[in-house]
Design a binder for this molecule. Structure first.
Ligand code: FMN
Length: 164
């Protein structure tokens, strides 16, 4: 699947079969994350790939449906870096697109993760000074959602705002 196809196909997938994901595929997904654009090339990210059921069962406190994920990727950021939120967002999106390209479903789980950040940091042994920006569950999809998007016409302006 080429990049544009994967970008167009990507949707948040929240239902997985429970099948395991080969380590090489998980490495490819994280590799896409670490290659994201990053302010001043700071690369203030680290990634924890969780495949052990015992830990997945604990992290599913954020979202029950994560228990069928083949893996959960925790994105750990260094908040002393100026663009850490933007850099983290770029890394997540790259991982979602890479997951899609490999045929896996995934989801950006920041809203459910942040309220439990302190608890999850402790569970995962993340150092005090680092932030857990989000969890990204990845799994073999049961189905593929087709959530409606705003049309290109609705959001595209030519030359100036309102320009056709
Ligand atoms: C910053 C951010 C936080 C998100 N947090 C969650 C979350 O906590 N739980 C969840 O199920 N989806 C979460 N999502 C996924 C969005 O709900 C989803 O991207 C949106 O509904 C559009 O659907 P799509 O991803 O299928 O295009 C988050 C997405 C972003 C960008």
């Amino acid at each position: 699947m080429d990049a544009l196809e994967a970008i167009r196909k990507r949707r948040s997938v929240r239902e997985y079969t429970g099948e395991a994901i080969p380590r090489a595929d998980l490495e490819t997904i994280v590799d896409a994350g670490r290659l994201a654009a990053t302010g001043s090339n700071q690369q203030p990210w680290e990634f924890i790939v969780i495949t052990e059921q015992a830990m997945i069962q604990q992290l599913k406190a954020a979202a029950q449906w994560m228990d069928q994920a083949g893996a959960i990727i925790a994105l750990v950021m260094d908040p002393s870096s100026r663009w850490w939120v933007e850099d983290g967002a770029a890394a997540v999106e790259n991982m979602l697109i890479a997951s899609t390209a490999l045929g896996y479903g995934s989801c950006w789980l920041e809203g459910y993760t942040l309220p439990r950040e302190a608890e999850f940091k402790k569970l995962l042994g993340i150092p005090e000074g680092k932030r857990l920006l989000t969890l990204v569950p990845v799994g073999v999809p049961v189905g593929w959602p087709d959530k409606e998007k705003k049309s290109l016409k609705e959001v595209l302006h030519w030359e100036k705002y309102g320009g056709l």
